[in-house]
Design a protein around this ligand. Structure first.
Ligand code: 5GP
Ligand code: MN
Length: 334
């Protein structure tokens, strides 16, 4: 569903915008927020780019992220949510919503709940950054090098640096254009995202990999990170976000799971798929969502209990006819 024309009008007509993205922001959330924010600012508008928890260290190399604040410093005429599948995952101060300004929802999650007053949701887009790129171009907002780097980072991180099944010809040519036209450096961006990890995060990964197990005859791989493990290493949660990819790197594994005990009563589960299994629907069974090949949910239980809830459910699913209900062609991830 798309409200492209209305949104282009909203981007053209007003002067004050508050932009937000999803909790635990990733490269697409930060990149698309920054690209749209800088584009509007270049057009002379007042913009508050708000990430209440602050910008994860991994993405602070992006020029312009220093403008991102933890609270909104202005009263918006328009509120814009980026890369956010539902209203609950949009983190903005309540005072922003209390203004009654219209809420614009720009996203590519197949599970998007259409929570905005205006919704521009394109599940076929590889990243929200791709949608923002088109909006900036169609709205006559000239990109600059900072915007080009932000868009590149958004599409690169959401496609696993052009490896996942959402890597379309469109996204490759868009990225090529950003490199050719703005002189951005793909190798530098890849280094910033993947080669600036802390020693402790790698040691924590080693501990987490030691918990790796197979289930359902090798079709599932899962691993878990307890509170004790997290406490033993002072690693921010976002530095563990790529750990899950090790699970589906195993030959024959169709579904990979990573259980993170974020507090004694809550476990966040990251789901990955490299088969026809749509994990966004499976995660939805536990109140989560996401994409066909990358999804997440939070279970109100300690990690061992969360594992005990998810694994039997998945085992039944894989060994029953229920599998046909969620099988299908899918193309998205992250
Ligand atoms: P990750 O496992 O990297 O945190 O998330 C993978 C994908 O699933 C992302 O696109 C993310 O937005 C989505 N996702 C993660 N956790 C949740 C959740 O609790 N609810 C919903 N609706 N989506 C989630
Ligand atoms: Mn995204």
């Amino acid at each position: 569903m798309t409200g492209r024309e209305e949104i282009l009008q909203l981007l053209a007509e007003y002067d004050r915008y508050v932009l937000g993205c999803h909790v635990h922001p990733d490269g697409d959330a930060i990149g698309s927020l920054l690209a749209l924010g800088l584009g509007l600012e270049n057009a002379g508008k007042e913009v508050a780019m708000v990430v209440p928890g602050g910008v994860p260290a991994t993405y602070r190399f992006l020029e312009g992220t220093e403008k991102i604040t933890t609270t909104a410093s202005l009263t918006p005429e328009v509120i814009i949510a980026l890369d956010c599948a539902d209203r609950e995952r949009l983190l903005l101060p309540e005072a922003v919503f209390a203004t009654g300004a219209p809420l614009v929802n720009i996203d590519h999650h197949i599970s998007n709940s259409m929570f905005g007053d205006f919704n521009h949701v394109l599940p076929e887009a590889a990243a929200t950054g791709e949608i923002v790129y088109d909006l900036l171009a169609d709205g006559g907002f000239a990109p600059d090098k900072r915007i080009a780097e932000a868009i590149y980072t958004a599409v690169a991180t959401d496609t696993g640096f052009f490896r996942y099944s959402n890597t379309s010809g469109r996204v490759l040519s868009l990225a090529a254009g950003l490199v050719a036209d703005y002189g951005i450096s793909p190798s530098r961006i890849a280094e910033e995202v993947y080669e600036e990890r802390s020693y402790d995060s790698l040691r924590l990964l080693g501990e987490v990999l030691a918990t790796l197990r197979l289930a359902a005859g090798g079709r599932i791989a899962w691993m878990a990170m307890s509170q004790e493990l997290m406490a033993a290493y002072s690693v921010p949660l976002e530095e563990t976000e790529n750990f899950v990819n090790h699970t589906i790197s195993i030959s024959g594994v169709e579904i990979g799971l990573f259980f993170k005990e974020i507090n004694p009563e809550e476990t966040k589960v990251s789901w990955r798929s490299k088969s026809a299994v749509d994990v966004s629907r499976l995660a939805a069974h536990f109140g989560g969502g996401g994409h066909a090949r990358a999804a997440g949910c939070t279970i109100k239980a300690p990690v061992t209990q969360a594992v005990e809830q998810v694994l039997p459910f998945l085992h039944d699913y894989l060994t029953s006819a229920g599998q046909e209900n969620t099988a299908g062609e899918e193309k998205e991830r992250a």
